[in-house]
Design a binder for this molecule. Structure first.
Ligand SMILES: Nc1ncnc2c1ncn2[C@@H]1O[C@H](COP(=O)(O)OP(=O)(O)OP(=O)(O)O)[C@@H](O)[C@H]1O
Ligand SMILES: [Mg+2]
Length: 395
C-alpha cells in the first residue's frame, strides 16, 4: 500500500460523501433540471453565431440562485465548442464584476485583453489606450466575441454606464469581428434605472429566470445527491426538507445545496452513516449563524451600537422603539459615540430587519395609537455568538 493509498483510504472510508465537491459552488453539474426553456431560448438567441452572424445582446435577470450563471456559462461553452471549426469561430468570455479583476472599466478591459493573450499592466495606461489594445485583440482575427458580463449591476454602480455604451457601440468600428454582450443581474431594479439608450441596445433579448419551487428544488438536489453521497446515506425526507426550507426563502438552489452539504458535513462530524432531518435543522442554524455574525461584523459602528442596545435589553420580543433609543443613548455615552437622531436610528433598525437579524412590526396600542415593536429573530446559538462579538467592541 502506498502512502497515497493510505491517505485515500482515510479520506473515503469514514466519509458519508462519495464526492463532496459535487455540492460545492464551483462544481458544474451535467444535468440541469427545470431549465430546459431557458437553455433552449439562450441557445436559439446565440445560434446565429454558428453561421458567422452577430447574435443579439441579451439581458438575463432573476433572483439569486436561479441558475443564471450556471446556464449562461454552460450554453456559452457548448456554443464555443460547436463553432470551433467554422469560418468565424465564437470566442466566449466570462467575467464576474464582483471579482476584483473586472470591477472597474480599466481592469475589465485589461482582463478581456488577457483572454486574448495580451498582457496589460493592471494600472497606469490611459483609458483610450487600453480600449485600443482591446480593440486590436478583437480585430486580430475573424471571430464572434461573446462577452458574458455577470453581476453587471456591480460594474455600473461603481463606474457609471458609459462603459456599456462604449461596449455596445464597438461593432460600428469593427471590420473582421463582432461583439455581443450577455449581461446578467439579480438586481431587478437595475435595468429600470439604466439609461434608456443603453437599456434598449443591451436588452435586444431578455431572459427571465423564475425562482424554483420546492418540487423543482427536490429534483435538483436529487440529481446532485446521487453523485455526492453513497447509497442509503440520506434518511427519508432529507431532500424534501432542504428543498422546502430553500423554497421558503425564495427558491434559491444555492441555499438548497448549501443546506444539503452542511447537513452532510455535520453528520460526518458526528460519525454517523446517515444524514437525518435533525442534521438539516442544524445545518440551517449553522448557515444562519455564519451569515448573521458575518453581517454584524461588516456593519458600521453605529449600526452595531443599535444592535448591541437591542441585545442588552435582554428580551426577545415586544421591544419598543423608545426602549431601544434609550438603551442606545446609554451605549453611546459609555463608548464615546456621538448619538444619531431618532430618524437615523429608525433607518438602522429597518436595515437590521431587512437582513433578518431582527423583526419589526407595527402593533396597535388601543387608544394610545400604533407603535413599532421589535423582536430578535436569530436562534440561541447565533445570539450567543453575536453577543460575544459585540461585547468585544462595546462596553
Ligand atoms: N437547475 C439546476 N440544476 C442543478 N444545479 C443548479 C440548477 N440551478 C442552479 N443550480 C446550482 O445552484 C447554484 C446557484 O446557481 P447559479 O450560480 O447559476 O445562480 P445565479 O442565478 O447565478 O445566482 P446569483 O444571482 O446569486 O449569482 C449553483 O451551485 C448551481 O450549480
Ligand atoms: Mg450568478
Amino acid at each position: 500500500m502506498t502512502l497515497d493509498d493510505v491517505f485515500d483510504k482515510f479520506l473515503t472510508s469514514n466519509s458519508i460523501f462519495t464526492n463532496r465537491s459535487v455540492l460545492t459552488i464551483s462544481f458544474t453539474p451535467s444535468t440541469i433540471p427545470h431549465r430546459e426553456a431557458q437553455i433552449n431560448d439562450l441557445g436559439r438567441i446565440l445560434a446565429p453565431a454558428l453561421r458567422g452572424e452577430k447574435p443579439s445582446n441579451v439581458f438575463i435577470y432573476g433572483r439569486t440562485g436561479t441558475g443564471k450563471s450556471l446556464i449562461t456559462r454552460m450554453v456559452g461553452d457548448q456554443l464555443e465548442k460547436r463553432s470551433k471549426d467554422s469560418s468565424m469561430p465564437a470566442k466566449v468570455i466570462y467575467l464576474n464584476c464582483k471579482m476584483k479583476a473586472a470591477d472597474t472599466e480599466y481592469r475589465l478591459l485589461a482582463s478581456l485583453s488577457k483572454e486574448f493573450g495580451v498582457e496589460v499592466p493592471f494600472t497606469g495606461l490611459p483609458t483610450d489606450q487600453i480600449y485600443s489594445i482591446f480593440f486590436k485583440c478583437i480585430e486580430s482575427k475573424k471571430q464572434n466575441v461573446i462577452l458574458i458580463i455577470d453581476e453587471i449591476d456591480a460594474l455600473i454602480q461603481k463606474n457609471g454606464d458609459e462603459i456599456l455604451y462604449n461596449m455596445t457601440r464597438i461593432n460600428q468600428d469593427l471590420k473582421n469581428s463582432k461583439v455581443s454582450i450577455i449581461g446578467i443581474t439579480n438586481d431587478l431594479g437595475f435595468i429600470e434605472n439604466l439609461d434608456p439608450r443603453i437599456k434598449s441596445s443591451l436588452s435586444e433579448e431578455e431572459l427571465i429566470f423564475p425562482p424554483y419551487n420546492a418540487v423543482q428544488l427536490q429534483d435538483i438536489l436529487r440529481t446532485r445527491a446521487e453523485d455526492a453521497f453513497g447509497e442509503n446515506s440520506l434518511a427519508e425526507g432529507v431532500i424534501e426538507k432542504c428543498a422546502a426550507l430553500a423554497a421558503q426563502e425564495h427558491g434559491d438552489a444555492r441555499r438548497a445545496l448549501d443546506l444539503l452539504r452542511v447537513a452532510g458535513e455535520l453528520a460526518e462530524r458526528s460519525n454517523v452513516k446517515e444524514v437525518s432531518i435533525e442534521h438539516v435543522d442544524a445545518a440551517q442554524d449553522k448557515i444562519d449563524l455564519d451569515r448573521t455574525t458575518e453581517f454584524a461584523r461588516a456593519q458600521p459602528k453605529q449600526s452595531q451600537a443599535v444592535l448591541w442596545a437591542i441585545l442588552k435589553l435582554d428580551k426577545k420580543t415586544n421591544i419598543e422603539t423608545g426602549e431601544i433609543v434609550e438603551k442606545y443613548a446609554e451605549v453611546c455615552r459609555d463608548n464615546n459615540l456621538k448619538p444619531l437622531t431618532q430618524r437615523r436610528i429608525s433607518d438602522l433598525i429597518a436595515e437590521l430587519d431587512l437582513f433578518g437579524v431582527i423583526n419589526t412590526k407595527v402593533v396597535s396600542k388601543g387608544r394610545y395609537g400604533r407603535t413599532r415593536v421589535v423582536s430578535v429573530s436569530v436562534g440561541e446559538q447565533a445570539l450567543g455568538k453575536l453577543q460575544k462579538m459585540l461585547q468585544q467592541n462595546f462596553l
